[in-house]
Design a protein around this ligand. Structure first.
Ligand code: ADP
Ligand code: ASP
Ligand code: MG
Length: 410
């Protein structure tokens, strides 16, 4: 008998029929004698619908009220799922984040979980109840409702699994595991049997939204066995684990991630003197804008150019700040471009293999895709390219690194 925390995402609870199917699945585990804690998302599209209504009233509603609003989506699904479980003669109890005491900081819309009171859940489990918890939400120490950022139900599930010392945290979604890249973009993508926390963290951070970044951080930190599976069909899914696969044929690159969420800004002709990067980027970070890729050109005529990327939604604000900096420094011009995409290759195998970046650049060149910016770390190489070539780049890299072939062999 095991204790599983099972999370079902938006599509998996997208209709009453789907909720009944989830109840059926959970009932199967209960019949086999397992203790089950379920975490559910809002029905698919619901969180966006709620945000849309808020924005019809105000462009920038207060984060506190946004949290009160968007947390309602999950409250609907916990109740409906419990009813579907009751119909199957299973004792089930629903809890909101506040009721189950998921204590977070007070950073509304992006709160971090600080503590979970697992006592009451354990006692429900002891009484043979299935416990159904609303994902994505918590409360701060003053009892205000908070939410954990988009995709946050994954993090609720992992945090609960850590607090309850569950045998496994199972993330049920609309794909049957973590793929070499998003199967919606590359039909030759295939499911990985396992992936390391380190690689999964890079994949999530670089745009693969199959798991929320924070859930992977949490799982790694507390060594929570984490598995991504399909709620629609049976299968082993993908295990996110500490160890690298012992398979000698392990490819150098495990996966390809991409994002359209960034925008590029350039300040041209700033004086090439010590402190200039901090003069350019200081005001950006003072405005709480996160900067990702940064490139400074070599100097010509005593001046240089600095280019960096920010979240697309923050481009206008960053550009305004940069215009002021440009005036102060006597820079030539400020350019901004939001039609970019970042494509990244990820793999722990990179540590022990040379030539990975050049294979990447060759593959992109063969398709005439121009690279605008490059950034690397120990286990990833990212390039910024024109947005319109993003899908082509993903597919080219997928085949250049032999990820297509593997599927053919299966
Ligand atoms: P849920 O609503 O269940 O949380 P999400 O939409 O958040 O589901 O995540 C599942 C989606 O993630 C898939 O439908 C897929 O398009 C996308 N995705 C992106 N990258 C990957 C990847 N590498 N492997 C699998 N799915 C991926
Ligand atoms: N409902 C929230 C969202 O759409 C949280 C989640 O689904 O994980 O982002
Ligand atoms: Mg999700």
């Amino acid at each position: 008998m095991s204790l599983f925390v099972q999370k079902f995402g938006g599509t998996s609870v997208g209709s009453v029929e789907r909720i009944e199917a989830v109840a059926e699945k959970v009932a199967g585990f209960v019949e086999n004698g397992h203790d089950i804690v379920v975490v559910v998302s809002a029905m698919s599209g619901e969180t966006n619908r709620l945000i849309g209504m808020a924005n019809e009233i105000l462009e920038h509603p207060t984060p506190r009220e946004m949290d009160v609003l968007v947390s309602t989506g999950e409250q609907v699904t916990i109740a409906l799922l419990c009813m579907a479980l009751h119909k199957r003669k299973i004792d089930a109890k629903s809890y909101t984040g506040g009721q189950v005491k998921i204590l977070t900081d007070d950073a509304h819309t992006k709160a971090r979980i600080q503590q979970i009171d697992s006592e009451s859940i354990h006692s429900d489990l002891k009484n043979n109840h299935v416990v159904v918890v609303a994902g994505f939400q918590g409360v701060d120490e003053n009892g205000n409702i908070t939410t954990l950022g988009r995709g946050g139900s994954d993090t609720t599930a992992v945090a609960l699994a850590a607090a309850l010392e569950a045998d496994e945290c199972q993330i049920y979604t609309d794909v049957d595991g973590v793929y070499t890249t998003d199967p919606r973009v590359c039909e030759k993508a295939h499911r990985m049997e396992r992936i390391t926390f380190e690689e999964m963290l890079e994949m999530a951070s670089l745009g693969s939204k199959v798991l929320q970044i924070r859930s992977v951080e949490f799982a790694g930190k507390y060594s929570v066995p984490l598995r991504v599976l399909s709620s629609f069909k049976e299968g082993p899914g993908t295990l996110i684990s500490l160890e690298e696969s012992s398979d000698m044929e392990q490819p150098v690159i495990s996966g390809i991630a991409f994002t359209r969420d960034e925008a590029k800004l350039t300040i041209r002709g700033v004086p090439d003197i010590p402190g200039v990067a901090s003069k350019v980027l200081g005001p950006i970070s003072d405005a709480n804008i996160e900067v990702d890729v940064i490139v400074q050109n070599i100097a010509a005529d005593g001046t240089t150019d600095i280019t960096f990327t920010v979240q697309r939604g923050e481009m206008a604000k960053a550009s305004q700040i940069l215009d002021n900096t440009a005036q102060e420094l006597g820079a030539r011009e400020v350019l901004s471009d939001d039609k970019i995409a970042k494509v990244s290759i990820v793999g722990v195998g990179m540590r022990s293999h040379a030539g990975v970046a050049s294979t990447m650049f060759q593959a992109l060149a063969a398709d005439n895709i121009n690279i605008q910016l490059i950034t690397t770390s120990e286990i990833k190489v990212s390039v910024v390219i024109d947005e319109k070539y993003m899908e082509l780049a993903v597919r080219s890299l997928h085949s250049a690194f032999g990820l297509d072939q593997e599927q053919d062999q299966e």
